[in-house]
Design a protein. Structure first.
Length: 395
């Protein structure tokens, strides 16, 4: 990679990690609101936090991995799409905190969707040049699911116009967007990256097919809280089972062990795989009535814990492993300290969230100063991400 290309990539990394630091600070502020330390509109901050971490961080990271590690298209239209998208993310970041879902934030969200459609065009175009057909298939279907995810935000305008903002339709639209974004687009690109780096062909076709076919039925898990017909439980279980088998086959592939070669990427990969394995177990078990009762009664803790397990424990740690292995982020004392803070922050906050879920469900004593302690351990993550960002700016 030439110096000029690396300089452009470095600028992209600085932008996306800046969004990540801001998202982490917003997440920390949500903990402070719960603890009564500060006062702000919780829902507006929550929407800002979720959009910035999903789009400003993870969406950007996935697009960069696609462009530089899979397609190897260092120049061209994907750069223009990337920078146009940043304007929409900046607009969301500056509008959601003050008005939530309203004209300005919905406008910037819609503009992002049009940028994503342009990206999908090039996903289909460049996937034809990928030598590994299984990887190409995963990339094309990731584009399909990225388009499907956009139906959620588009439906919000109709839902809000009809005065249904406080009904289950609003939640289903949000879940639709989230599901097809991270179970469809993000997950398929992660698997595409892994399969593109594994030399062994063992199970690759079956893994890619199972991942692709799992996404649609897996949305059924997002509606189980409405106690639907039994057929929905069966469909949701099949989607969860497909992903579980795909993950098991991936773990059985010996090439996974040689995916990364240095200490930190190997460590982050192991933690990411543990997080994804827990996700698989939770998904399969969530069709059981007992688990549904548990989730219903502890939604403020268990569901948030699950979302953070996936977004932080799996996707974020995996992305950081790719960045470090590719030497886009150079290991230094500050970066190592930052990674330790991030890992500790994830482990401790997950322990508090799921520990409190169990305490609430079994009517045990509420943890003393729970929200204060949760805020304290959550502060480790913005510190860790800020250290990584600092090293990207440091000459």
């Amino acid at each position: 990679m030439s110096n000029s290309v690396f300089s452009k990539l470095r600028l992209k990394l600085q932008v996306m990690l800046s969004f990540l630091v801001i998202a982490a600070l917003l997440g920390f502020s949500l903990r402070l609101i719960h603890a009564g330390v500060i006062s702000a509109n919780f829902k507006h901050i929550l929407h800002t936090h979720s959009h910035i971490v999903l789009l400003g961080w993870l969406y950007n990271a996935v697009v960069v991995i696609l462009q530089y590690s899979i397609f190897k298209k260092e120049e061209g239209p994907m750069n223009r799409i990337f920078w146009l998208s940043q304007l929409t993310f900046l607009g969301m970041m500056l509008s959601f905190p003050f008005q939530g879902y309203a004209f300005a934030s919905i406008t910037f969200s819609t503009l992002y969707l049009f940028c994503s459609y342009a990206l999908v065009y090039y996903l289909f175009k460049y996937s034809k040049t990928v030598a590994n057909k299984n990887v190409g298939s995963l990339i094309k279907w990731s584009g399909v699911y990225l388009v499907l995810s956009s139906f959620g935000p588009f439906s919000l305008g109709f839902i809000m116009a009809k005065g249904l903002g406080d009904t289950f339709w609003f939640n289903l639209s949000i879940y639709w967007f989230l599901h097809f974004l991270y179970n469809g687009f993000f997950a398929l690109i992660v698997f595409a990256f892994i399969l593109s780096r594994i030399k062994s062909e063992n199970y690759q076709k079956l893994i890619s097919r199972l991942m692709i076919f799992s996404v649609l039925p897996l949305y059924g898990l997002s509606v189980l809280w409405l106690s639907p017909n039994n057929s929905v439980y069966v469909i949701a279980f099949l989607g969860a089972l497909f992903q579980f088998v795909a993950f098991a086959l991936l773990l059985a592939n010996k090439g996974l062990k040689s995916l990364f070669t240095t200490f930190w990427p190997k460590t982050l990969l192991k933690l990411a795989m543990v997080s994804y394995g827990l996700k698989m177990i939770f998904q399969v078990a969530s069709v059981l009535p007992f688990i549904q009762d548990f989730l219903t009664e502890t939604v403020s803790y268990a569901v948030i814990g699950f979302i953070h397990l996936v977004m932080l424990g799996f996707f974020t740690l995996f992305v950081l492993a790719v960045f470090i292995e590719s030497q886009w982020i150079k290991i230094s004392r500050e970066v190592s300290i930052g990674l330790i803070c991030i890992i500790l922050g994830i482990l401790l906050s997950e322990s508090f969230l799921f520990g409190q879920s169990i305490a609430v469900f079994y009517s045990l004593h509420f943890m003393p100063n729970y929200f204060e302690w949760l805020a304290a351990v959550s502060s480790l993550m913005p510190i860790g991400f800020a250290l990584l960002l600092w090293m990207l700016f440091k000459k």
